[in-house]
Design a protein around this ligand. Structure first.
Ligand SMILES: [Zn+2]
Length: 368
């Protein structure tokens, strides 16, 4: 049986282990120990080393005692900042932290829910499916751990990612993809006082290009934002370089690509007019996904909600998560609400009830 007290205790222990993105080593080691104590076979990788983190992904295998394809249960072990020295406490059934840190329920609620479910099943000898349990690093700030993870280690063709705000009962079946756009306008340097007419101001060219761009809300499924403009010269120099960094998000890949092309066109035209050069470097950060609401993946989770007496909420997500990466790598994945609220702020909370339901949901998925 899921034991609320034991679960809450483990949650407290885990949030106290600082694991800001890039520094997940201690948490990873703790998770390896925990999985081994449950009798699971554990594999770790070198994912962190590829981008300067001391952490590693932790994959554990739960052999099944029931028929059925294995599936993936996943949560990420890293947190945003400030995530060190977290002091959790409970007030009226709500778990929160001191004012100077996040709580870290994102995503340790998911981790603890999955582990308590496995513990409960193994203790009670409940018949269960085979599962692959993946605790990833570097989710915050670009899903770097999931990107570096070797999915050929997995047999699962579908996955449940316990990593969303919203009460247990919420399932996210799609999310936008994101491209990043880096662009540099190269003009011509000149003395701004003696001969400015011989120069080409990269700042001016960039400004003209941006003035023509459609930005921010493009349509109901596409957004675009410039986050960085950089050029720094003495005022007596006509600047020959100006850098821009932007993002485009869309649930529709064609629209995403069209927006990137539109930005390039605005820049090219402005450069051509002024005789400047353009370096344009877009790259795909992650692609969008949409899981069919009629698929086994979604039906299975809706049935679990039904058995738990929960009001289901099928939603589209607004940001990227490990699910974008797993879907891209061929594992049909949805994201589940664990009840975390105000994530990425020092006001983050989760109720003991939602923490408990997260574990019950994981158990329901594993035992049906
Ligand atoms: Zn998260």
């Amino acid at each position: 049986m899921i034991q609320k007290e034991r679960l809450t205790e483990q949650f407290f222990e885990f949030v106290k282990i600082g694991s800001e993105s890039g520094n997940e080593k201690d948490m990873g080691e703790r998770l390896v120990k925990e999985c081994r104590a449950l009798g699971l076979e554990v594999v770790t990788d070198n994912a962190g080393a590829s981008y300067g983190s001391n952490g590693f992904n932790v994959l554990a295998y739960l052999p099944g005692t029931m028929e059925g394809e294995p599936f993936l249960l996943s949560a990420h072990m890293d947190t945003v900042k400030p995530g060190n020295g977290i002091v959790p406490f409970i007030k009226d059934g709500v778990i929160m932290s001191g004012e100077d840190t996040i709580l870290g329920g994102d995503d340790k609620s998911g981790i603890c829910g999955i582990l308590e479910a496995v513990r409960s099943i193994l203790e009670d000898g409940t018949p269960h499916r085979a599962a692959e349990i993946l605790f990833s690093i570097g989710e915050e700030g670009g899903m770097k751990g999931a990107k570096a993870f070797d999915v050929s280690l997995l047999k699962s063709r579908r996955g449940y990612i316990f990593d969303s705000s919203g009460d247990v009962g919420k399932v996210i079946i799609g999310a936008p993809g994101q491209s990043k756009v880096s662009a540099d306008v190269i003009g011509k340097r000149a003395h701004a006082g003696l001969a400015p007419e011989t120069g080409i101001s990269a700042i001016q060219v960039m400004a003209k290009a941006i003035a023509k761009m459609n930005l921010l809300r493009i349509d109901e499924e596409t957004t675009c934002n410039i986050g960085e403009i950089h050029s720094e010269f003495a005022t007596n120099i006509v600047p020959d370089r100006c850098h821009m960094f932007a993002e485009v998000r869309s649930r529709n890949l064609d629209k995403l690509n069209a927006q990137v092309a539109h930005m390039e066109q605005c820049l090219r035209e402005a450069c051509k007019e002024a005789g400047a050069e353009l370096q344009f470097d877009p790259y795909t950060n992650y692609v969008s996904y949409r899981v069919d609401p009629e698929s086994e993946t979604v039906k299975t989770v809706l049935e679990a909600f039904g058995r738990m007496g929960l009001e289901p909420l099928v939603a589209m997500g607004g940001g990227g998560s490990d699910a974008n990466i797993y879907n891209q790598k061929g594992i049909e994945s949805v994201v589940l609400g664990t009840g975390m609220t105000k994530v990425h702020t020092t006001e983050e909370t989760i109720t003991v009830e939602n923490l408990h339901r997260t574990a019950v949901l994981a158990e329901e998925l594993l035992t049906h």
